[in-house]
Design a protein around this ligand. Structure first.
Ligand code: PNS
Length: 161
């Protein structure tokens, strides 16, 4: 039996940068679980069910990837899903400080390792927040997110996004 990796995130919405990490992870592990955080203290643009559906559509061609949501601690979700490691993308040094803290805490409280995968440089500027900002003001996010996500953004926010 091979190893299962957990790719967690808020995914509000999924971007091509996320998908690059998920796809590369799926090539190195027997199975990948994408965990979408349901965070009641945050006001996301898309509901957790919408974020899961947008992701499921985006990873349809990846046979060893499944998508689900979770709330509470990531380490509990990892254990429930039988994940052996957490995989996270790192875009820049600025991501590192927060990510290393979470990785060390998750190792401490859950005994689970986090592996960092360098983001493909072509997506190093990309974030869900920036995509939403551009779309909100009518900018074009074509090529930054899958087409069905771009359409969902336009429907939710209006404009030319
Ligand atoms: O896409 P994001 O917002 O960078 O993802 C952050 C995420 C979901 C990985 C992180 O917020 C998380 O794991 N939240 C679950 C709560 C938890 O386990 N907190 C302790 C982490 S040390």
């Amino acid at each position: 039996m091979g190893l299962t990796a957990l790719c967690p995130g808020t995914f509000d919405p999924v971007t091509n940068g996320h998908l690059d990490i998920i796809e590369r992870t799926s090539r190195s592990f027997a199975a990948v679980v994408v965990g979408v955080l349901e965070n009641p203290s945050k006001q996301p643009l898309f509901s957790v069910q919408e974020r899961v559906e947008l992701l499921r559509e985006a990873v349809r061609g990846l046979d060893n990837v499944r998508v689900g949501s979770f709330h509470g601690l990531l380490v509990d979700h990892a254990r429930a899903q039988g994940a052996h490691v957490i995989v996270k993308g790192l875009r820049a040094v600025s991501d590192y400080e927060y990510e290393i803290q979470m990785a060390q805490m998750n190792l401490r409280i859950g005994g689970i390792e986090t592996l960092f995968m360098p983001t493909n440089p072509m997506w190093s500027f990309l974030s869900s927040s920036l995509v939403k900002e551009v779309a909100r003001f009518g900018g074009d996010v074509e090529g930054l997110v899958p087409d069905h996500v771009r359409k969902a953004l336009v429907e939710r926010l209006g404009g030319g996004g």
